[in-house]
Design a protein around this ligand. Structure first.
Ligand code: FES
Length: 322
């Protein structure tokens, strides 16, 4: 769990444009000290000053080099403004506030073969993983981009995995590749890592399932959730706090986190869309309606945890561990 004191400043030591609308930022300690170590696949929260937004970015740099963190920010013209501010107004020499890296998307222990599929900017955590595995072999990375000139971090990826292990798929030229051929059959020690847009991840996980892959061998990180997609179908429900027994109504037009904040129960909220895991809360009774993509499928089925920033309830009441 993170807290307010996890934040610390970093200086932007370089900002370059790469792959169309993607900007690469190098971040370093302002005094030149090493940064906190991180696991391959980890991400950081970045406070986008002036917007009130916190955004999550995977570290693409090699975990072995903690003199710097590398993040890649795709400028989203239609987004809520976080990426636009970073891409348009923040410059090398500026200071950003970030949180210590957290690892929700990690390499599997005991894996001997790593099949990686990245869609667009989803290359970032996979590049960090591939850099970490460099020399160990067993990595095949499929990088799907719409256009050839949109492939960010291509040279770094080629260097990390070796040219023979990198397969660039330009979908505007060849269409989406046959995912079953890319993924192949399951085998002991064979793990699949996916990062990219929801459509690609949904198709790839369904393909892996159809090929008989065990869920425990498929690892994925999504960019964003469909948290708002069901907003029209929101039903009110009740939250009961374990600590005090207080019952807090959650109206149809508010999130559980907002209702809790209104009752002076503050949670660590970061992404506010079920991606980062900052707000994960224990459930003692009742059935959540899970709308996040940070808990695993097994955790969704167990119904012992939920994300109040975006998830709701199927039952009339949830008793939460607060
Ligand atoms: S705040 Fe990120 S999952 Fe809830």
């Amino acid at each position: 769990m993170t807290g307010a004191d996890d934040w610390f400043p970093v200086r932007i030591t370089a900002k370059v444009r790469d792959g169309g609308d993607v900007f690469l930022f190098d971040l370093a300690d302002p005094a030149g000290a090493p940064l906190p170590a991180f696991q391959p696949g980890a991400h950081i929260d970045v406070a986008v000053d002036g917007t009130g937004l916190t955004r999550q970015y995977s570290l693409y740099s090699a975990p072995a080099d903690i003199r710097r963190y590398g993040i890649a920010v795709q400028r989203e013209a239609e987004g809520r403004g976080g990426s636009r501010t970073l891409c348009d107004t923040v410059a090398a020499g500026d200071t950003l506030r970030i949180r210590r890296p957290r690892a929700l998307f990690t390499l599997a222990a005991g894996a001997t073969t790593h099949i990686m599929i990245a869609g667009g900017i989803g290359i970032t955590p996979l590049l960090s993983m591939a850099s970490h595995l460099a020399g160990d072999g067993g990595v095949t990375l499929h990088y799907l981009v719409r256009r050839r000139d949109r492939a960010a971090l291509l040279d770094a990826t080629r260097q990390a995995v070796g040219p023979e292990n990198l397969h660039l798929h330009v979908t505007a030229e060849t269409g989406r590749p046959d995912l079953a051929r890319l993924i192949g059959p399951p085998a002991p020690g064979r793990h699949l890592y996916l990062c990219g847009p929801a459509t690609l991840l949904d198709a790839a996980t369904a393909t892996a399932q159809g090929l008989g892959w065990p869920e425990s061998h498929v690892h994925l990180e999504r960019f964003a959730t469909d948290a708002g997609a069901n907003a029209g179908a929101n039903r009110p429900f009740l939250l009961r706090l374990r600590s005090t027994g207080a019952v807090i109504p959650v109206m149809a037009d508010q999130t559980a986190a907002e209702a809790l904040a209104g009752a002076n129960v503050e949670l660590p909220i970061s992404c506010a869309e079920g991606v980062c895991g900052a707000c994960i809360t224990g459930v003692l009774d009742g059935t959540p309606e899970h709308r996040d993509c940070v808990l695993t499928e097994a955790e969704h089925k167990a119904n012992r945890l939920f994300t109040p920033c975006c998830s709701r309830a199927v039952s009339e009441m949830l008793v939460v561990d607060l």
